[in-house]
Design a binder for this molecule. Sequence first.
Ligand code: HPA
Ligand code: ZN
Length: 347
Amino acid sequence: MRVFLSGMPKAELHLHLEGSLSPETIAAIAKRNGLDYFTTAEEVERSLADRPPGLMGFLKHHFKSQEVMQSRQDFYDATYGLAAKLKENNVVYADLFFDPQAHTSRGISFSDMFGGLDAGRRDAEAELGIEINLIMCIQRERSVDSAFEMLDQAAPFRDRIIGLGMDSGPEYGNPPVKFRQVYARAREEGYYLTGHHDVDVRDSVEHIWQSLEIIGMDRIDHGLNAVDDPRLVTELARRDMCLTGSPVKRTTDPAPQDVDRIKKLDEAGVCVSLNTDDPEEFESGYLTNMLILFQQASGYSEADMTRLMLNAFNALWLGDVEKRAYFAQLREYAGANGVAWADVTRQ
Ligand code: HPA
Ligand code: ZN
């Protein structure tokens, strides 16, 4: 099973650049920029270990560590370094989230940040053969005006950014509808739309409904509380709406989170995929390791694990020809490993 999961061609749809900085990378960049904190990997690891539980505790370390990034070169190195890790995990396609406001609010220019990121993913594509598209996220705790300003700053790079997302927190008090006008303009400008619905935050189910019915999102990030509302489960399945699940595991967790919810959604015919979210900030790490942990906790077969990966490829924002090529790659891999496609698709 480990060998099967390791070799499987993979897609990642929920992956943050800012959560993919290794302690070594953070320390090297901090030193290069002459900072007086996070100059050793041990110091970064201590901060990771000491963070309080829950989303807001997670975000405390998450924000502090990314502040080391300042120059175009920093963003280039972070992106290219991440792509090399993806390659090791046989990830062939990734949608990569980034948080412009977290950087522009510190005085970094949008074009420096984006220039480094975009050059990093383009070089990775040419040299490592991984397709990476970029999703810029609104930080939901910031103002609507700030989100509009971000869209303005992104306008010159519109054709190099595939989608608009929304992350950070707290989520309660900052629901999807707060940004309905921002999303409406992004839709007019041709962006695909997605957004975070972190698990077990207050009113999560209501927020998912808002994103479906009012915003018209194309994907739902996290969103696993949908399982609490049978009508929502039916609606997600009917629309073939994909949830980008992230069954991450922290050091203190006995097993990956939300395995039962993911199984229930999968059994109900909802398109749910497995993603690492912030691979350097959770013990679950990169995608091969996460798949292994999920499989062990779920008891899923090779065919079941292939179906969850097929869900990710199904949810790509690409044309039919490109998507069919990815389906074929996965199907060929399954076939070569004796996995019947009828078991994968349950047809
Ligand atoms: N939720 C909210 N904000 C985030 C996350 C997340 O899972 N990861 C990185 N920023
Ligand atoms: Zn996330």
